[in-house]
Design a protein around this ligand. Structure first.
Ligand code: UDP
Length: 317
């Protein structure tokens, strides 16, 4: 069995490569390295079940051999990244999704697209069930990501209905863990990096907005179960444990030795006020729920960040 994973050198994509290889799959990892990194997949370089192709899936996606599954994970995913690369984000969600779906259609392969809780925008309903249509500002700065992913869901459903492609859609909520980029701009990398390098932790706004953070191994397990299911409609995968951003900052400060202060910075436009997945569907359909508590996941991520920072300072020293 062979799977193509677009965005396979990214944070989630690279964990997916590892998990599917250990399930026995041959993996073709396609990435243009815009926000992904070779170091995420370096450990797979000599693995005969792994192949890396540097390619922009918004331009094209072809593969000369038969493929059994296509998992479309290519896209900038941090707000900082998609604001920096708005056109690339729109293209990979639209053209990239078409290309990935065409590859699946030609091969009669299963297809899974990485969607997002951003489809719900700044939600008026909490927790968010899959049946909620969302509250998205189509012309705000975040729309390049939100609308690209909503369009990507629409194309996926179109291919399922029109051509019978065997599709899945996972709506991924905030996820964290090793291989997040130290400087990717999201709350967790920022807070950890700041605390470890002795800088103040920057909380945007009053910090009362909430998120619900899922450890990466739990998320990957949910995705693999969805891939094995028969569900075409979207499924939320995330950890329902909701926490304010201020509380999150305090937790990170505490595990790094309580050495830095917390400062406030302006809240970005359209920043969602609440976000919490309703995972009733995933529980019933996939018999899945997250297992890793925040303390444990944060410790594992802290270990990774400390190692990366030590490598960085050794490299520059
Ligand atoms: N955030 C923050 N400080 C930072 C980075 C992010 O307070 O240095 C906030 C951000 O405004 C949002 C939450 O943390 O309310 C989560 O942001 P992130 O970029 O991680 O992901 P999002 O859920 O917005 O996609």
């Amino acid at each position: 069995m062979r799977a193509v994973i677009t965005g396979g050198a990214g944070f989630l994509g690279s964990h997916l490569c590892d998990a599917m290889i250990s399930q026995g799959w041959d993996i073709v990892c396609v990435d243009n390295l815009l926000t992904g990194a070779i170091e995420n997949i370096q450990h797979l370089e000599k693995n005969t079940k792994f192949q890396f192709v540097q390619q922009d899936v918004s331009e094209s996606l072809t593969f000369e051999h038969a493929v059994d599954a296509v998992l479309h994970f290519a896209s900038p995913a941090s707000p900082d990244d998609y604001l920096k690369f708005p056109i690339e984000t729109l293209k990979v969600g639209s053209l990239g999704t078409f290309h990935a779906l065409e590859l699946a259609r030609k091969n009669r392969a299963r297809f899974l697209m990485a969607s997002t809780s951003e489809c719900y925008g700044d939600p008026e309903v909490s927790p968010q069930p899959e049946s909620y249509w969302g509250h998205v500002n189509s012309v705000g700065p975040r729309s390049v990501y939100d609308e690209a992913k909503r369009f990507s869901e629409a194309v996926t459903m179109g291919y399922q209905r029109k051509y019978g492609v065997d599709t899945r859609i996972v709506r991924i909520f905030n996820t964290y863990g090793p291989r997040m980029r130290l400087n990717d701009g999201r709350a967790l990398p920022n807070f950890l990096y700041q605390a470890l390098s002795g800088q103040p932790i920057t909380v945007y706004g009053d910090g009362k907005q909430t998120r619900s953070f899922c450890y990466v191994s739990d998320l990957i397990e949910g995705i693999l179960r969805l891939l094995d299911s028969n569900e075409h409609l979207p499924v939320n995968i995330g950890n329902p444990h909701e926490i304010t951003v201020m509380e999150f900052a305090k937790r990170i400060r505490a595990i790094t030795g309580d050495r830095v202060e917390i400062v406030h910075r302006p809240l970005p436009q359209d920043d969602p006020k609440r976000r919490q997945p309703d995972i009733t569907k995933a529980k019933k359909l996939l018999n899945w729920e997250p297992k890793v508590p925040l303390e444990e996941g944060l410790q594992l991520t802290l270990d990774y960040f400390e190692k990366k920072l030590a490598e960085k300072s050794a490299g520059s020293g």
